[in-house]
Design a protein around this ligand. Structure first.
Ligand code: PLP
Length: 243
């Protein structure tokens, strides 16, 4: 067994235990393996261990990696799912629209409009999550909670995007109760948007939160997708280019 295969097993065990603790079926929770800074070989290893969805932060690094693993034969014509989870600048929207299946970090209408306009006609609509700055960090990206619904409403009208949910990246804290408190805020925003009955939200089903260090708290609060990097691939040991 490879290290990555072993790590994936441990993360799935943590996910299953957290779901059991929260009285949720394990099928209500997905694992996004965050492969930023790791090479195509690490991704291939994870794919061979059954992982299909990958998250990337740095667009150019991701585009090269996606191309490198594209030729992998998967059983039954399955495809890998690539999620952009890093900041998206205007000059990178075309690369995201042409290469990714999901963009989870949309926090401005202008970026959403560019992604919709640039999504190639031959591809399925780009799945989008609104990034919400739940804990109010002033320097962080993400729409403030009060503006989330208006942004959702505007994005739901864009033809080449499919609004899938919200994502959050709260500040790091080792304290479980503090983790739960901030994840519950994100869950409340998610529930509120889902309940508002807007057209275009038929597939609004994804609450992306929880990483290696706060997976359990995120699942307790209702996360449907945890984004796990170091827990799957090991410690990130080299610095990365700024996006
Ligand atoms: C790097 C990253 C992760 C994974 O973090 P780990 O602590 O390594 O699990 C998840 N989400 C985002 C947005 C990231 O940038």
């Amino acid at each position: 067994m490879t290290m990555i295969e072993n790590n994936l097993g441990q993360i799935h065990a943590r996910m299953a235990a957290a779901c059991a603790q929260a009285n949720r079926p394990v099928t209500s929770l997905q694992l996004l393996a965050v492969s930023k800074t790791f090479g195509a070989d690490a991704v291939r290893e994870a794919v061979l261990a059954g992982q299909r969805s990958f998250g990337e932060n740095y667009i150019q690094e991701a585009v090269d990696k996606i191309a490198a693993v594209r030729a992998m034969a998967l059983p039954g014509g399955e495809a890998l799912q690539w999620h952009c989870i890093g900041p998206i600048q205007s000059n990178k929207t075309r690369l995201v629209a042409e290469n990714f299946d999901w963009a989870q970090t949309v926090d401005r209408l202008k970026i959403a409009e560019r992604l919709s306009a640039q999504r190639p006609a031959g591809m399925a609509p780009l799945n989008v999550c609104i990034q919400v700055n739940v804990d109010g960090g002033a320097t962080k990206s993400g729409v403030i909670p009060q503006d989330a619904l208006a942004l959702v409403e505007a994005i739901a009208r864009l033809p080449r995007l499919m609004l899938r949910g919200i994502m959050s990246i709260p500040d790091d804290t080792p304290d479980f109760e503090a983790q739960c408190a901030v994840h519950k805020k994100a869950a409340a925003i998610f529930d509120e948007i889902k309940a508002c009955g807007l057209p275009g939200l038929e597939q609004f089903d994804t609450l992306s939160m929880g990483m290696t260090g706060d997976l359990e708290a995120a699942v307790a609060a209702g996360s449907t997708m945890v984004r796990v990097g170091s827990g799957v691939f090991g410690r990130r040991t080299y610095s990365t280019p700024t996006p």
